[in-house]
Design a protein around this ligand. Structure first.
Ligand SMILES: Nc1ncnc2c1ncn2[C@@H]1O[C@H](COP(=O)(O)OP(=O)(O)O)[C@@H](O)[C@H]1O
Ligand SMILES: [Mg+2]
Length: 295
């Protein structure tokens, strides 16, 4: 088995949770993709789930190893930033070489449709994502699963109230159960204080990149240590701390995606999404006030 601590897989220890920290441009996303996703893809047996974001950072990977699972909550328009060309989701495999693109209706469909050996990119709402984590915890098998969430402060921001407070609590509760269910969770944020403490407290490892702020509770006594790191170097802190290195990746695709909820005016959706409209479940439109005569 792998010697790098974040990739060790032991039935005794269960899943791993790690949070990668550092200011903009120090390689957080690169760390996830190059140091974690890339070697896990080579192992082929593990289920890898990446939360899709608007800047499509999985464009650093070989597209034939990427599958897109798009929640029917939204309609999607991908834009190739090299050419400015807009591409509908179902045209993506042909146009860019992604392995395949599927639409999914419910969080439990993620588990049903993921494929090991690929990066399964899931586009969905925050609530859908947390439901999905809960589903993974109660799945009927013990395959290893890794879930990646770049920019965790977008999902679980600190200092929130009401509905968001409750949502963060649900996420923290789900993360408390991932380990024993062989689910690993890897995420990034700029500063530890940007993410709800109930969520950050669940993280077994922290990875500090160059100029990351080392929080007071860290076992690293020299809080200036990260200012000495170079690009591509990182400190992994668990019960001990150690230095590690990661390599840059070459960007293969420069895509941005626009997502829109179906509750927006029906004409705009129909005009924009083209063939997509036919793909979505009619019951979804019915339930969300998509009737022409109601507009
Ligand atoms: N180990 C590395 N060596 C050289 N360049 C790197 C390395 N890691 C990342 N980079 C480059 O730094 C830039 C920012 O990386 P990125 O992962 O997007 O940072 P962040 O997610 O922290 O904002 C990218 O252009 C990337 O290619
Ligand atoms: Mg990033």
């Amino acid at each position: 088995m792998e010697r790098f601590r974040l990739l060790s897989r032991s039935r005794d220890h269960g899943g791993i949770t790690a949070l990668v920290l550092g200011p903009m441009g120090v390689g957080k996303t690169t760390f996830l993709l190059s140091k974690l996703v890339h070697p896990l893809l080579k192992r082929r047996e593990e289920v890898l789930i990446w939360r899709g974001g608007e800047f499509c950072q999985y464009g650093y990977l070989e597209p034939s190893r990427v599958r897109l699972l798009l929640s029917e909550e939204y309609c999607y328009r991908f834009i190739d930033r090299e050419t400015g060309e807009a591409v509908t989701p179902l045209a993506l495999p042909h146009r860019f070489g992604f392995y395949e693109v599927l639409y999914i209706g419910y969080p439990e469909h993620v588990l049903k449709y993921v494929k090991p050996g690929f990066l399964n990119v899931v586009y969905c709402s925050d609530n859908f994502f947390i439901d999905m984590l809960e589903e993974l915890n109660t799945r009927p098998d013990i395959r290893w699963v890794s879930v990646f969430h770049d920019e965790l402060q977008k999902l679980a921001p600190s200092n929130v109230e009401g509905g968001l407070w409750k949502r963060n609590k649900r996420l923290a509760d789900a993360l408390a159960d991932t380990r024993k269910n062989y689910v690993s969770f890897y995420a990034t944020c700029h500063d530890l204080s940007d993410v709800d403490y109930r969520v950050t407290r669940k993280m077994m490892y922290r990875v500090y990149l160059r100029d990351a702020r080392i929080p007071r509770d860290s076992i690293i006594r020299n809080k200036m240590l990260t200012h000495k790191l170079r690009l591509g170097e990182a400190i992994v802190e668990g019960s001990r701390f150690k230095l590690t290195r990661f390599q840059p990746l070459e960007k293969r695709l420069n895509l941005v995606v626009k997502m829109r909820g179906w509750v927006e005016p029906a004409e705009a959706v129909a005009e924009d999404a083209g063939e997509d409209v036919e793909m979505i479940d009619l019951s979804l439109i019915r339930g969300r006030g998509g009737w022409d005569d109601e507009l």
